[in-house]
Design a binder for this molecule. Sequence first.
Ligand code: AMP
Ligand code: MG
Length: 412
Amino acid sequence: MAFQQMILISEALKIIKCETFALSSETINLENSVRRILAEKIFADMNLPPFDRSQMDGYAVRTKDFGDVSENGSVILKVIGESAAGKGFDEEVKSGEAVRIMTGARVPDGADSVQKKELAREAKTDEGVSFVEILESTKPRQNIVLKGAEIETGVKVFDQGELINVQMIASLASFGYAKVRVYKKPRVAILATGSEIVGINKRPEQDQIRNSNSIMLKVFVEKCGAETKVLPIVKDDISNLKSQILHAIKTCDVLIISGGVSVGDYDFTKPALRELSAEIFFEKIALKPGKPTVFAKLDDKIIFGLPGNPVSLAVTYFLFVRAALLKMQSAKNCELQKGFAVLLHKIKGAKARDSFLPAFVQTNAKGKLVLESLRFSSSSNFIAFSRANCLVFVPRDENLEAGDIVKILFLS
Ligand code: AMP
Ligand code: MG
């Protein structure tokens, strides 16, 4: 076996992006589209608002009617009808006239402003004719949102490759996208290995621990718009591992194996991949944690071998697997959002390896983003990880000092 050199994180990402294939698209109901990637451009199919719309309950009036009236600006106008939301007033408002109007209703022709109800007094004559005293003059367009002011027909609202989030649903609905075209979900198989691993519903016996990785990966992967199949735990047994790998890749696009990627006597992930003649693109990254991360392909299916330690698994998932899953869905942004924060305490870098360490970022009383690394916690490191909301970058062979401005990746 040839000695494999450590490759840089950026090189690993380049290889992953180059080797992942793009999935086709499908049309789904809007309500199921959150966290999927748009496979079409979204256009406004109508003006919003579709007509000059009143922002107030009140009276649609003509500003000119205030022109030559008393010094307090009030005027008495004849109420000739009503414009309600969904049922506008179709005649023209002429000089000396007003129309009672509701919020969201169409401003009738002839009127150019709306005075709010609180500044008007309406009364009926004995003959049943309504008049309104408008107590304060208006300016043109007052309390009116003009037709197309929010968006005009034909304008692009969202682009292909954008991630659909919950805030976008109202816009999609407003332009009639009851169904929306998105990229298909990558089908991801999850395989935990290790003779010490038992199901989370079991009481571990001596030498055993529960399988936290499979469910963690399932949740991460599904949040990324993919669908998952969690396979039974495989003990450190190369022939069983090989047959599970072959079985898994029949029905998935991506296989994630947890554990068994290092150089121990019972680490069989790489030997199994080799015996199956998988193409291994890299198996060592200059990264801490996550050095023994493996990226391979077998029968055109993508295989990740991630370290079994839950924090290493989470970090390598966020840096590499997440990017691959988003790339397969043709997402515009495949990597975690970057940011900067002020470090609260020193962090030692690792020799020859860049670090991405779980950290907690928050805004302090002065409005600064400040960062606390979670590596120094006395609790078990995956318990500390549960508080993490970002990863902090520590360049190889460097130490970061308190007060340094550091690069972070927000976990999402
Ligand atoms: P490995 O990568 O197989 O050498 O495992 C590294 C560490 O992670 C060991 O302490 C394992 O017990 C632990 N580990 C491996 N797989 C899992 C898992 N599925 N859930 C929780 N811990 C695990
Ligand atoms: Mg193991």
